[in-house]
Design a protein around this ligand. Structure first.
Ligand code: NPG
Length: 368
C-alpha cells in the first residue's frame, strides 16, 4: 500500500455518568481518531490518551503533536506501507506508545480492509463472542455503589471491577460481597494509589475472594509488586507497569504479577498486545483485555483481541452504553453478558458520518 495522507480528528464524547478513579473524575471523553488513507483502502485507529497526563505521561494534544511532527512523517518516508513495519519504522522515536498504537491500528485496519480479512482472524481469535466485565468508578456513598453494581449485574455483566483508593477500598468491597454474594466475579483496581507500606491494609482484601487486585503500586515499582505478592493472597495484576512484551516477561520473572491486563492502546498497538499475550500464555499467566473508555473504533479491535485463547478472564469490554448514549459506530450491545466479535473486514465497524460530525471538535489533514 502507498500512504496518501492521515487525518487527525478530535472528538468530544459526553459520558452517561461521571467516571471517577484514583487519578481523577471525567465527564467527557476527548478522543483523538486517526484515519489513514492509502491507495488501496482507508483505516481507522483510536488513540487512548486522555486529555491530561494523569493516568500516563501521554495526553491528547501531545499525541497529536508527535503524530504530526514525527510519526506520520517517519511513516511517509519509509516506503511501502505495511502494518508489520509500522512499529519498527517508528522505533527510533522514543515512547509515545498511545500515539503509535493509533497509527498502527489505522494502518492495520486499512491493510485488512484491502484484503477482506478481519482483525479477529489476523490476530488469531478463537472465539466468536467474549465475556464482558464492567469497571465501576469511585462513588460518593456505599448505597450509590450498590445501586450501580446492581444495575450492571441486571444488565448481565459477568464480572465487576471496583475502582479503589485509600479511604474507598475495604468497605465498598465488603458491601458488594454482602449484598451480591460470593459468586459474583469481583476484582479491584487501584491505579497506583498505594505504596508497599499499605501491604497489611491491602491484605484485608484477602477475606473477600477477589479475582485480583490491579496495579496497587506505582507503575515503576515492579519490584514492589513482587514484594506485595508475597504479603497478600489476592492475585496481583499489572496494568500501567506493562508497556511491552519485554516488560511483561521481566515482571513475570520477578514474580510481580499473577495476571496481566493488556491494553492494546497503551502498549504500542495490537501487534505488541498479541506478543504480550503470547509471552503470558508461555508462562501460564492469565490475561484479560483492559479498556480506556474506547468508542466503537477502539472497542472493535479490543473485542477481537479478547477472543485470543489466553484471554481467560472477562475484560473491561463493556457495551457502548456503559459510557456513551450514542457511540460513533453502530453500538456494541451486550447479549447474555457477551459481545460478539466483529467479523467484517478490518475492524468490522466504521464511524457513522453524521454522528462523527456531531462530536467533532477539530480536524487536521496531513498530506503525504
Ligand atoms: O471499560 O473502557 C473501560 C474502562 C475500564 O476502568 C477502566 N479503565 O485504569 O483501567 C483503567 C481505566 C482507565 C480508563 C484508565 C481511562 C485510563 C483511562
Amino acid at each position: 500500500m502507498k500512504l496518501t495522507g492521515v487525518e487527525l480528528r478530535h472528538i468530544a464524547m459526553p459520558l452517561v455518568a461521571p467516571f471517577r478513579t484514583s487519578f481523577g473524575s471525567q465527564t467527557t471523553r476527548d478522543v483523538l481518531l486517526v484515519r489513514v488513507v492509502t491507495d488501496e483502502a482507508e483505516g481507522w485507529g483510536e488513540c487512548v490518551a486522555m486529555t491530561e497526563p494523569l493516568y500516563s505521561s501521554e495526553y491528547v494534544e501531545g499525541a497529536a503533536d508527535v503524530l504530526r511532527r514525527f510519526l506520520v512523517p517517519a511513516l511517509a518516508a519509509a516506503g511501502p506501507l505495511e502494518a508489520q513495519l509500522v512499529a519498527p519504522v517508528l522505533e527510533p522515536i522514543r515512547g509515545h506508545r498511545m500515539a503509535k498504537a493509533a497509527l498502527e491500528a489505522a494502518v492495520l485496519d486499512a491493510e485488512l480492509r484491502a484484503t477482506g480479512r478481519s482483525f479477529a482472524r489476523e490476530l488469531g481469535a478463537v472465539h466468536e463472542r467474549v465475556p464482558c466485565g464492567v469497571s465501576v468508578g469511585i462513588m460518593d456513598s456505599i448505597p450509590a455503589l450498590l445501586d450501580a453494581v446492581g444495575g450492571y449485574l441486571d444488565e448481565g455483566y459477568l464480572r465487576i471491577k471496583l475502582k479503589i483508593e485509600p479511604g474507598w477500598d475495604i468497605e465498598p468491597v465488603r458491601a458488594v460481597r454482602e449484598r451480591f454474594g460470593d459468586d459474583v466475579l469481583l476484582q479491584v483496581d487501584a491505579n497506583t494509589a498505594y505504596t508497599i507500606a499499605d501491604a497489611r491494609h491491602l491484605a484485608q482484601l484477602d477475606a473477600f475472594g477477589l479475582l485480583l487486585i490491579e496495579q496497587p503500586l506505582d507503575e515503576e515499582d515492579v519490584l514492589g509488586h513482587a514484594d506485595l505478592a508475597k504479603l497478600i493472597n489476592t492475585p496481583v495484576c499489572l496494568d500501567e507497569s506493562i508497556t511491552s512484551a519485554r516488560s511483561a516477561a521481566a515482571a513475570i520473572r520477578m514474580g510481580a504479577c499473577d495476571v496481566v491486563n493488556i491494553k492494546p492502546g497503551r502498549v504500542g498497538g495490537y501487534l505488541e498486545a498479541r506478543r504480550i499475550h503470547d509471552v503470558c500464555v508461555a508462562h501460564g499467566i492469565p490475561v484479560w483485555c483492559g479498556g480506556m473508555l474506547e468508542t466503537g473504533i477502539g472497542r472493535a479491535g479490543n473485542v477481537a483481541l479478547a477472543a485470543l485463547p489466553g484471554f481467560t478472564l472477562p475484560g473491561d469490554t463493556s457495551g457502548s452504553s456503559r459510557y456513551y448514549r450514542t457511540d460513533i459506530t453502530e453500538p456494541f450491545v451486550l447479549e447474555d453478558g457477551h459481545l460478539a466479535v466483529p467479523t467484517g473486514a478490518g475492524l468490522g465497524v466504521v464511524p457513522v458520518a453524521e454522528r462523527l460530525e456531531e462530536v467533532t471538535t477539530g480536524m487536521e489533514w496531513l498530506a503525504v
